[in-house]
Write a protein that binds this ligand. Structure first.
Ligand SMILES: [Zn+2]
Length: 281
């Protein structure tokens, strides 16, 4: 299975609050936090690669006007300045200009709000995700969870689009789109949650990892096979496809228990973020 080993660090930039019973209809109670985590990968030749960016304060500006105010009401967000992706990177000695590539799992605001802080980075997204993000306006944008104000003006010119048919299905994700042509990062399709959602599969020193974005929200709930409340279909791209991805990922994990599956908003990712801090104390 081999592959070039990448260094992986997880950070979070803010969080929003959601209803626990929506995430886990069987056991969820009260409110839960959806931390906007993102990953920093270090590739020996390609340099620093981000997988998503988390929130930035531009989210607060983008939801000031109708109909986008509804977005803010549905997902009230909390963010400290020191949590911004650029600030997080600065604290570990990385300049935003050193981030060569940003992989976008999908265009929901909590994944891309920091994008404008990286004007020099190449962006990677699925073709269908980018096309939808560039096309939608006003109510149709809201319905897709896209805030057009968060998109850089030169987004299309800077984006390396991956045709959706090149994104491997979950069952074959080890053979997904080879991003750098060296077998280090394979991109796979995680349809359902958002248009053209993609995941990244790669090797680290401590084993293989799949960044599975929002294919599920909570690791434990996914391990138990509990789907979110079906009301989410109102803002998911395709509820049936979401379920297909959810179960296919479980089948993949049964076959490949060595591969850690990381979901953006799952609480243990924040623990991974805090771990280096604890080690410093
Ligand atoms: Zn999402």
């Amino acid at each position: 299975m081999g592959g070039i080993g990448l260094k992986l660090q997880i950070f979070h930039s803010g969080y929003c609050v959601a209803d626990g019973a929506v995430v886990n209809p069987k056991e969820g109670r009260g409110k839960c936090r959806f931390y906007a985590t993102w990953a920093l990968l270090e590739h020996p030749k390609e340099g620093y690669v981000l997988f998503d960016t988390g929130y930035s304060f531009r989210f607060g500006e983008a939801i000031r006007h109708w109909p986008f105010r509804i977005y803010g009401l549905m997902t009230p967000y909390f963010l400290q300045k020191e949590e911004l992706a650029i600030e997080r990177l600065k604290t570990i000695g990385i300049d935003p200009q050193e981030v060569k590539t940003i992989i976008l799992s999908h265009f929901h605001a909590d994944h891309i709000a920091g994008l404008k802080d990286f004007p020099d980075s190449k962006i990677v997204s699925s073709r269908s995700g980018l096309e939808q993000a560039l096309r939608v306006r006003s109510w149709s944008a809201l319905g897709c969870g896209v805030l057009p104000d968060l998109l850089p003006a030169d987004l299309e010119a800077r984006t390396q689009v991956v045709p959706d048919e090149k994104l491997a299905p979950v069952a074959e994700l080890e053979n997904g789109h080879d991003l750098f042509g060296d077998g280090s990062i394979h991109l796979c399709a995680l349809p359902g949650h958002a248009r053209g959602q993609l995941g990244a599969y790669f090797h680290t020193a401590s084993g293989p990892v799949l960044l599975a974005a929002d294919a599920a929200w909570d690791l434990v709930t996914w391990q138990k096979g509990i789907l979110p409340r079906s009301i989410v279909r109102l803002f998911f791209d395709d509820w049936k496809a979401y379920q297909g991805t959810f179960w296919a990922l479980r089948a993949f994990h049964e076959r490949r228990p060595d591969c850690r599956v990381l979901f953006t908003h799952s609480p243990e990712l924040v623990e991974m973020d805090l771990e280096p801090l604890r080690n410093k104390l």
